[in-house]
Design a protein around this ligand. Structure first.
Ligand SMILES: [Zn+2]
Length: 310
């Protein structure tokens, strides 16, 4: 059912239902906005029903950096950092050495290192070269995003990650909800992104807006329907369909990645032998509530930053 011959730039949504580009005066009224979110959701459902589905966009993976200390870690420790959502993690003192410090209230996570002691059979060795491993010890480290201070010099990958995170639409919404955003190389983790309510964090392993929107919708949905750990049909369908609705609402017709949404929703529905269209229908109210919450929060934040009227 993939319509790969269609250029990705053409939206499968009928133009009459496509939301207006740019700021819309109708957004001033909450009811009008909910109508618009509903109309966008209905248009996507129609496209799915009629098989007007573009090919999924390819995933742009965050690359592993070579010039950071963690590049020398074991793959297990790199995986631990990635699972915490960090591409660059270092110890407290290591950050100090490069002019950065750990932000107040940030909690360390632990990588595993060998516990070394001097070899008792050769006491007093000034070179301390003869050490033996007597066990494994947890070493506290912090991710780049948990620190602040001097920018890291000569790190084009870090700059690219930071630029990607800085340009995310609705990043201010996530921050207003107290969430930390970070990028990590996803190789070996099996995760293109995650939302962790416990750590109040969203991590992205790809530079794809639809993955970002998926995690942000999880965070919105979580406020009314506390998320259960792991993958659950309702949570995943709400997050993925909601991601496409949210991005279509703001005119991101390509990045809404309807092709990926359709295949992802099919995949999660297959695990419970559910019909994808009926499942989307079942959770549509929840999708609209989550998308509206993101849009409302963005609007409220914007209003708070507008100069007061004379
Ligand atoms: Zn998810």
């Amino acid at each position: 059912m993939l319509n790969a011959s269609n250029p990705a730039s053409s939206s499968p949504l009928s133009t009459s239902l496509r939301p207006q580009e740019g700021p819309s005066p109708s957004l001033d009224h909450p009811e009008a906005k909910t109508d618009r979110v509903q109309a966008v959701a209905a248009a996507i459902l129609d496209a799915f029903r009629e098989g007007r589905i573009p090919a999924a966009l390819s995933l742009l993976f965050i690359r592993r950096r070579s010039n950071v200390p963690s590049a020398l870690w074991s793959w297990r420790n790199r995986l631990l950092a990635a699972l915490h959502g960090y591409g660059d993690a270092r110890g407290f003192r290591q950050w100090k050495q490069v002019g950065r410090h750990v932000r107040q209230g940030q909690k360390a996570f632990y990588i595993l290192g060998p516990r070394m002691v001097p070899n008792r059979h050769r006491p007093g060795d000034p070179e301390e070269e003869d050490r033996v491993m007597v066990g494994v010890v947890g070493i506290p480290v912090f991710g780049y995003e948990q620190t602040e201070g001097a920018p890291l010099a000569d790190d084009p990958e870090a700059a690219a990650d930071a630029a990607f995170l800085a340009a995310l639409p609705f990043a201010e919404v996530a921050r207003a909800w107290g969430l930390t955003l970070s990028a990590y190389p996803p190789d070996g983790t099996g995760k293109a992104g995650f939302f962790s309510p416990d750590r109040a964090a969203i991590g992205l392993g790809v530079r794809n807006l639809s993955t970002w929107a998926h995690e942000l919708i999880h965070a919105a949905d979580h406020q009314r329907n506390p998320l259960l750990p792991g993958q659950h049909l309702d949570q995943e369908v709400v997050a993925q369909f909601g991601a496409s609705v949210l991005l279509e609402c703001v005119g991101e017709h390509q990045e809404s990645d309807l092709g990926r949404s359709w295949s992802y929703i099919n995949e999660v529905c297959a695990s419970t032998q559910s019909d994808p269209l009926a499942t989307i229908d079942l959770f549509l109210e929840r999708v609209i509530a989550a998308v509206s919450l993101v849009l409302d929060t963005a609007e409220a934040l914007q209003a708070a930053h507008l100069p007061a009227e004379p």
